[in-house]
Design a protein around this ligand. Sequence first.
Ligand code: NAG
Length: 652
Amino acid sequence: MGIVVLTMKAAVIEMFLVLLVTGIHSNKEMAKKIKRPKFTVPQINCDVKAGKIINPEFIVKCPAGCQDPKYHVYGTNVYASSSSVCAAAVHSGVLDNSGGKVLVQKVAGQSGYRESYSNGVQSLSLPRWRESFVVSEGKPQKGVTYPSALTYSSAKSPAAKADETTKAYQKPSVPGTTAQPVTLMQVPGTTSAEGTHTTLPKPSPSAGSATSSPRPQPVGHRSRELGDTDMWKPGSVLLDAGFVPNEETSTQPLDPASQGDPNCKVDLAFLIDGSASIGSRRFRIQKQFLADVVQALDIGLAGPLVGVVQYGDNPATQFNLKTHMSSRDLKAAIEKITQRGGLSNVGRAISFVTKNFFSKANGNRGGAPNVAVVLVDGWPTDKVEEASRLARESGINVFFITMEGAVEHEKPYVMEPNFASKAVCRTNGFYSISVPSWFSLHKSVQPLVKRVCDTDRLACSKTCFNSADVGFVIDGSSSVGTGNFRTVLQFVANLSREFEISDTDTRIGAVQYTYEQRLEFGFDTYSTKPDILNAIKRVGYWSGGTSTGAAINYALEQLFKESKPNKRKLMILITDGKSYDDIRIPAMAAHHKGVITYAVGIAWAAQDELDVIATHPAKDHAFFVDEFDNLYKLVPKVIQNICTEFNSRPRN
Ligand SMILES: *[C@@H]1O[C@H](CO)[C@@H](O)[C@H](O)[C@H]1NC(C)=O
């Protein structure tokens, strides 16, 4: 017994000793492990944007004081790489204003970034950016080596690398396609077209019979009076009837090593119409047109790059921007494009291009303007205006070329009248070309090339004048008085006059308030400048108390709720006195909802209230004049600040 106990004791002690020794040993090991990769955390300044740093994952040390509106942040949780790393870390709550370490991980570009106010930082929205990042606590993660020194991007042109990846894109990718494309290069007499007949969706013309009246089914897309049957009849003589304009422009020899025309550095997407109703003959004219444009453009890395998307029911990328990087290659590839068939869903195609086409992976260079040229036969079978606006708002310059648009008796079938002029920037005709007949399409080659290369004029897309929903919130309290109220309305009219107004550009709405509130007119009510100015003139003075807080809430509910997504929302609140109710919470709600709020105070208005109402920083968004007669002086200041704020947001 005694011996047994003793041996057991000894065993326990021995075990204890072993544990103790190994414990010490492993502690030492750990100590060594921590010491070994002596990783020094690199330091950056508040203004360093994530996009400047090439490393995909890194830890940096931020200084104190990055919680300053001059360091811009775009997005919420996921930030566009155009954001300040350190300010984004403050916004997300990883750091406070005293600085510290932050772990940064790059992620893919997003199609939109949401603005929000958090931890004292107002982040901004951004439609689309090529790269994003997320931030987290600056602790090294297991198994990851972090750089002690960061690699900064210096060269402006990321294009040099594009060459190696060209091969991977040789095959036109056709995402989401199910329908077999129609074989276009059919030789008269072959039977291949018979096979395609069944795969083509509506509208399917009954073989051989050319209808002569517009067909309202399925979506009012036109059938052809002549020649819409040629694709169904392989032996059709129309194929070789000499309709293809003989535009041989290949007189100047193409340098195979051409770097492209440096005076026309644009990233261009052609959206071509592959719908069934176009017919194979017109499809061929369209390809010829494309080839002529490509020939005239002198494509290359230092010049224009061109990709092609063909649409029918659904769009598909034929080539992206880096698939073919010379005019010669691209021309040869265009020759081989086959028609998809289906409807003419132009809006869907434009949305597709906005979301997918101009990505870095597709060869988008960032420094070159994005241009989309949309070719439409007749009219689209879906809606295009909204899709085009979103495209323009994400920085794409949209051109429309409409061939044989609706004639008078066909107009009822067009879903959106004047779609071509409404879908593009302004209506001065620069962005739209209407071609009366397919046979005269070749005459548009030079005008189009000239326009898409006019990079100074490609300022289209968004400007501070054409991209917002502007809601006026007007104090109609008794202290204002009838005469001064007229002055306020003049002020509202003078500001409105500065914008480009239409249902696709800037829209104006107005609310008047006292104790109560009323909607004078919403964003949808009027769509021309004269109508807006008239409506402002007609606003009747209400007279009553001053519940500014309730008015802000009302404007958010009744006015800005109707604002389109992705539109900039501007609230311009004009008051002459102190509010009877709380403004803090309503103002915060406005800021959280991304409504950029300007506060204009007159006479008895309180500066501290104006500062609370106004979007941060208040000095750029709050204004004060001591009397109504001086209100006019604020017009240029308010406009200037709206544009400065707008221009401080980066665009692709
Ligand atoms: C509005 O513009 C008109 C014409 O330029 C000017 O006479 C008037 O003083 C302006 N009023 C205000 C309040 O801006």
